[in-house]
Design a protein around this ligand. Structure first.
Ligand code: GDP
Ligand code: MG
Length: 379
């Protein structure tokens, strides 16, 4: 077979040659030049990353190989992708000031679900849970607080679709409410305000609404667009309305994903469990995750031996927006890190090792840079 040359592939993919060269170096761990030849699997993988299906065509020995039918193939992939797009449940996080009731609200939502008769209920905290309401699924991140939210965002993991901003009716907007609001706005997620503690004396929803207006997120009944739901997490009132509004918002967002793609997603939480090793709760964002899949997540990898649902039950596969626990990683993946399924465990291990080497190289470079040393540190 004639070789695939970096220059030709760059042209076919519409990439600047230096960009492709850096991709190749990343993929192979070696150096490449504009005239280097590429192995087909490497070329294929890079092409895929940029949304192309690589089709190597050889029109007789003497003719230069025609690598990619750029426009055609791209259109074909997009059509295929469009065809496979399927509605997926929304992923929701709960943000707000300390003590305004985030944890209580997450509990109330969880309980609403248990009451609806789902077998087993949700017993363990795994960082995310999924409920069913009016026949529709909703996934909640069970890590309240914008620290976790921003950590994930900082890693480029946009897993959240809808943020529920909890504001206590007796307290109104507080510094962390504003901070959370800012984070949600920066992340460009839909915001729903839950005015909590409606049962307490001194609850003043009108004040909260006027504070919302001051912040340019006026509630719907004040002529704005922000869905606002009065709730009491403790009494459980308003929780159904809140869930209804979330579903409504999700419908407007038309959330979709391709369940037929190779699985990829984000790590929500991870820990080392005695007897089980490294365990990670992930949310699948694209594709379907299955037992037997080989996954790579930064410097770590695994071959999925078992998948556990948020109810602790073994499941065979997880579709988009499903939280799932995976045990037996080679190391503990960081929350916010993205994972993806690759061809086989060997490939996963190789990619993980490459990532580790890159990190080590970066660490060495960082260590070599002169640091400022303060007097305190010296003594
Ligand atoms: P978080 O810090 O935002 O997670 O807040 P928590 O859920 O821990 O709640 C803080 C306190 O407020 C706890 O003592 C809760 O019992 C109480 N609380 C939460 N929601 C309500 C509510 O709707 N009504 C009343 N009366 N108390 C609530
Ligand atoms: Mg809490």
């Amino acid at each position: 077979k004639p070789p695939i040359i970096v220059r030709d592939l760059a042209v076919a993919l519409g990439l600047k040659p230096f960009k492709l060269i850096s991709e190749v170096s990343q993929a192979t761990g070696g150096f490449a030049g504009i005239n280097s030849s590429l192995d087909e699997p490497v070329a294929m993988k890079i092409a895929e990353k940029y949304g192309f299906l690589l089709e190597v065509k050889h029109r007789g020995e003497a003719v230069a190989p025609q690598k990619v039918k750029t426009a055609d193939t791209k259109a074909k992939i997009e059509e295929e992708e469009q065809k496979n797009l399927t509605p997926r449940p929304p992923v929701i996080c709960i943000l707000g000031h300390v003590d305004h009731g985030k944890t209580s609200l997450l509990d109330a939502i969880r309980k609403a679900n248990v009451a609806s008769g789902e077998a087993g209920g949700i017993t363990q905290h795994i960082g995310a849970y999924q409920i069913e309401f009016q026949g529709k699924k909703l996934t909640f991140l069970d890590t309240p607080g914008h620290a976790a939210f921003s950590k994930m965002r900082a890693r480029g993991a946009d897993v959240t679709d809808i943020a529920v901003l909890v504001v206590a009716a007796d307290d109104g907007f507080m510094p962390q409410t504003d901070e959370a609001l800012k984070h949600a706005q920066n992340a460009d997620v839909a915001i729903i305000v839950a005015v909590n503690k409606m049962d307490v004396k001194g609850a003043n929803i009108e004040q909260v609404k006027s504070q919302m207006q001051q912040r340019n997120i006026a509630p719907e009944d004040w002529g704005g667009e922000t869905i606002t739901v009065p709730v009491s997490a403790i009494k459980g009132t308003g929780v159904d309305q809140l869930l209804e509004m979330i579903l409504l918002q999700a419908e407007v967002l038309e959330l979709k994903a391709n369940p037929k793609a190779e699985a990829s997603g984000v790590v929500i939480e991870s820990e080392i469990e005695i007897g089980r090793g490294s365990v990670a709760t992930v949310i699948v964002q694209r594709g379907t995750l299955r037992v037997g899949d080989a996954l790579v997540c930064g410097q770590h990898w695994t071959r999925v031996k078992a998948l556990f649902s948020d109810k602790g039950e073994q499941i065979k596969e997880a579709t988009p927006s499903t939280p799932v626990r995976i045990i037996g990683w080679s190391g503990t993946p960081d929350s916010g890190a993205t994972f993806r399924a690759v061809k086989n465990p060997r490939e996963a291990e190789r990619l993980a090792e490459e990532a580790e080497q890159r990190t080590r190289k970066e660490a060495t470079v960082a260590a070599a840079e002169p640091k400022e040393v303060s007097v305190e540190q010296l003594f």
